[in-house]
Design a protein around this ligand. Structure first.
Ligand code: XUL
Length: 525
């Protein structure tokens, strides 16, 4: 029987399953379920329930479980034996709140996701309760954002007190899936781990303890609803008997503690030691690096998260990344390739035109009620060519503007996520960030989860092995698609970066030293 490890990535738009084989050091199985198409009865668009109020983004946690069951059923029908899987690890979209009662029923039928912007009032209440933003950063290392989980819990307590009263456990997405995998209602394990938990804005990543002040500002009952914290680099138990009977897993299959998708994106791109930067181009855009000590950004814009190995993962997240780009592809019926050809027809810097792509609320900068806006477009300028370039540059400049505060200046950036397939994205990131970019082959977070499962299992079997060693055979940089910055483009983007910043600051009422109109003139000349 081969020695296999499974990684599951339960993400906003779909669930992915990746299997790696330890004997021949290869990925032997990749399968995925897209919620909109494959589980159409849940009525989602991009994985989110339709028809909710503006700013609300929710999904049904049972949809995530059904996606897994589809993947397990298909695995059982393949030539691979599920009994050969020694350990499973789950990567989950971060921050989503799943609440269970003592028996294991959901106390709220839907989960507020990372890109839900409806809890602005709760963020304000919590921040005031600890004396302002500085007080909050001192308590939990982060400012309160609508994306994070603390405000979602307070929202439940305030708006649905009856559901809150029935709640016995507050889970994040991957903790809920772990509970299901370890037996669910028949004795599923209720634990958390430090990585994803750091994204709740309830626990200080450096002090490693819950903030009593923030907990009590939500509810005196909350502490009892938070499961114990288990180390991120250990298994939490074994797969449930019911899943063994239904899908053919071995009862000895371990369930790893799991983590958030960004922590596992780091593992899947070999970003497991300090000095490496990954940019993930998925539904959200994120950038992260490993540090041995926590990095606390005094402005709270860079998130102070923990990783999946006991270290730290300062992270930038922008919530607008793929949305504008995908909408343009759909609107004009374009493939990535068509788009690449169209953007070649306009110059870097778009002749002083700039789009701030805040189609939904933006996490960084913190603008929960945001709207996109166009600068420098004259009456005849709304052409397909100009819009394609504006969307591409706008998304990348938005990402860059947040990245300025990261505690690292990279020479190379590893790219993962769907849009890393696009050469236009890879080149423009290289030009704007003034760093080489290189896409990483494979399945990002799902691969990272499978590698982590292998690492944990081998350590628990008594082997002394580092995560770097386990990553090595599976993480492949696509060298043939490496992009170097083009000097002439970077020169234009230096001014465009200032233009983006000046516009963003002015529209948010911040003092800005630069005049956007003069910057535009500089680009035009
Ligand atoms: C990170 C964040 C997103 C989600 C996407 O803080 O909110 O990247 O993890 O799944």
């Amino acid at each position: 029987m081969p020695t296999l490890f499974a990684g599951i990535d339960s993400s906003t738009q779909g669930t992915k399953l990746v299997l790696i084989d330890q004997e021949n050091l290869s990925v032997i199985h990749i399968d995925s379920v897209a919620y909109d198409q494959d589980l159409a009865r849940f009525g989602t668009k991009n994985g989110v329930i339709q028809g909710l109020d503006t700013g609300v983004s929710e999904s049904d946690p049972l949809m995530w479980i059904q996606a897994l069951e589809v993947l397990f059923t298909r695995l059982g029908q393949s030539s691979i034996s599920p009994a050969a899987i020694r350990c499973i690890s789950v990567s989950g979209q971060q921050h989503g709140l799943v609440t269970l009662d003592a028996e294991g029923s959901l106390t709220r039928s839907t989960s507020k996701l990372w890109n839900d912007f409806s809890t602005e009032e709760e963020c304000r209440i919590l921040t005031q309760a600890v004396g302002g933003v500085d007080g909050m950063i001192a308590e939990v290392g982060n400012s309160q954002r609508t994306g994070y989980t603390a405000a979602k819990i307070l929202h439940l307590a305030r708006k649905e007190p009856e559901a809150f009263a029935r709640t016995a456990t507050c889970f994040l997405v991957h903790n809920f899936i772990n509970w299901y995998l370890t037996g669910g209602r028949g004795g599923g394990i209720r634990v958390m781990e430090p990585g994803d938990t750091s994204g709740m804005a309830l626990r200080h990543p450096g002090k490693g303890c819950w903030s009593e002040k923030v907990l009590s500002a939500i509810s005196p009952r909350l502490k009892a609803m938070l499961p114990p914290i288990h180390p991120a680099d250990e298994s939490i138990g074994f797969i449930g008997k019911d899943l063994c009977a239904r899908f053919g897993f071995a009862p000895s299959c371990r369930i790893d503690a799991g983590c958030g998708d960004n922590m596992y994106g780091a593992v899947g791109t070999g970003n497991v030691t300090p000095g490496i930067v990954t940019v993930s181009l998925g539904t959200s855009g994120t950038a992260y690096t490993i540090l041995t000590e926590p990095y606390i950004d005094p402005s709270g814009e860079i998130a102070a998260f923990c990783d999946s190995t006991g270290k730290h993962l300062p992270l930038l997240c922008v919530s607008n990344l793929a949305n504008g780009y995908k909408a343009v592809l759909e609107h004009y019926g374009l493939s990535h390739h068509d788009f690449n050809q169209i953007v070649c027809r306009t110059p870097a810097g778009n002749n002083g035109r700039l789009l701030i792509p805040w189609y939904i609320g933006e996490r960084t900068p913190d603008v929960p009620v945001a709207a996109p806006f166009y600068f420098g477009f004259e009456v005849n300028d709304f052409t397909r060519e100009n819009l394609c370039r504006a969307v591409l540059e706008g998304h990348i400049l938005n990402l860059y503007d947040g990245f300025r505060k990261m505690p690292i200046r990279p020479k190379e950036i590893r790219l993962t996520g769907g849009l890393s397939q696009s050469d236009a994205w890879c080149q423009t990131i290289a030009d704007v960030f003034e760093a080489e970019t290189v896409p990483v082959e494979g399945e990002g977070a799902a691969l990272g989860a499978a590698i982590h499962a292998a690492w944990v299992w081998r350590k628990e079997a008594g082997e002394e092995i580092t995560l770097t060693e386990v990553c090595r055979p599976y993480v492949k940089l696509l060298e043939e698609r490496r992009k170097k910055p083009i000097a002439a483009h970077s020169a234009v983007y230096r001014t465009q970066r200032e233009l983006f910043r000046a516009l963003s600051e002015r529209v948010r009422g911040k003092p800005s030293l630069q005049d956007p109109f003069l910057l535009r003139v500089r680009i035009l000349s």
